[in-house]
Design a protein around this ligand. Structure first.
Ligand SMILES: Nc1nc2c(ncn2[C@@H]2O[C@H](COP(=O)(O)OP(=O)(O)OP(=O)(O)O)[C@@H](O)[C@H]2O)c(=O)[nH]1
Ligand SMILES: [Mg+2]
Length: 298
């Protein structure tokens, strides 16, 4: 019989390269929020893949960026500290962005972990450009493999799992094979609402958003159908942001709520009754008592 393998795989890279998209695709469930905005992922989120002969536990991390806020610093720590904890590192780059991030390469060399380079978004470039990228990166680090993929076009995605499995050592299943994430339902609800807000809102508003679920309870309807009552508050940095989030006659808040409810109904497999409020919490991104909740506690 083949030996059972398991291990932790840290997914790192700059912001917006598609780290969370890759994990969601490989896990086959919505584990992590995805948006075409920088700094979508804030904390470390686990996504679990159970295979016949292995269990792969992905650590999604916030994209590496420059930051001035306390929240931003915690986000960067969450990403950097995932590397030494991992058995294998997936370093994801965006094929359409040419500049090499020397700081990340330095971190990889420092930790000297088995690392697989994922060149994502190859749908945005041609073959010649891809060859150039591969040639550039293969001299920068001794990668176990370099895999060009497109999550959008579903190209080469399965190769990632095969290559990870090859690089894992023998080990037990750390998580129940029914589980696909370590997040609580409350966290999933918060991230779902935040993702919709990120997608619908513009400019600097999304970065200052904090979601707090105040209530999450099931009950039975008159027809004995299960329904979740969820109440959440969207905190933002300024009064002007509050106006934007609510929108004309409440139209924006309504859209955020509708999209979030639809996703949550799919995730929870029940009807959802979602109520949202908007409040201002000035400069919360620099309030340690709040941002500490994003710190990964390994
Ligand atoms: N064209 C193209 N876009 C992609 C591909 N994969 C992901 N994207 C898009 O890239 C954007 C960023 O994706 P995310 O998965 O949120 O990126 P991330 O690296 O997790 O970002 P942070 O959490 O902010 O660090 C989204 O709009 C995705 O839909 C791909 O293969 N091709
Ligand atoms: Mg992300």
């Amino acid at each position: 019989m083949e030996k059972f393998k398991s291990g932790f795989v840290a997914v790192i890279g700059k912001t917006n390269v598609g780290k969370s998209s890759i994990i969601n695709r490989l896990v086959g469930e919505k584990v992590s929020a995805i948006a075409n905005k920088p700094q979508t992922t804030r904390t470390r989120i686990k996504g679990i893949v159970n295979r016949e002969n292995s269990q792969i536990i992905f650590l999604d991390t916030p994209g590496l960026h420059k930051s001035k806020s306390k929240l931003g610093n915690i986000m960067i720590e969450n990403a950097i500290e995932a590397i030494p904890e991992a058995d294998v590192v997936l370093y994801v780059i965006d094929a359409s962005k040419s500049s090499v991030d020397e700081k990340i390469i330095e971190k990889l060399r420092e930790n000297n972990k088995k690392t697989i380079l994922i060149i994502n978004k190859i749908d945005l470039i041609n073959k010649e450009e891809l060859i150039k990228i591969i040639n550039k990166y293969k001299d920068l680090y001794d990668f176990k493999a370099i895999i060009p993929v497109s999550i959008k076009k579903e190209k080469n995605v399965e190769d990632i799992l095969e290559e990870i499995e090859r690089n894992l050592d023998e080990g037990p299943a750390y998580y129940d094979t029914e589980e696909y994430t370590d997040q609580t339902l409350r966290q999933i609800a918060e991230e779902t609402i935040r993702e919709k807000a990120l997608k619908l809102l513009q400019d600097e508003v999304p970065h200052g958003i904090l979601i707090e679920v105040n209530k999450m309870k099931t009950r039975k309807t008159k027809d004995m159908e299960k329904i979740y009552d969820i109440e959440a508050t969207i905190f933002c940095l300024r009064d002007s942001h509050k106006g934007i989030i609510i929108g004309k006659n409440g139209s924006m808040l309504k859209r955020i709520g509708t999209y979030a409810r639809q996703d949550l109904e799919n995730i929870l497999g029940t009807k959802v009754n979602l109520k949202l409020w908007v409040k201002v919490k000035k400069d919360w991104i620099n309030d340690m008592s709040i941002v500490k909740k994003f710190k990964a506690d390994e």
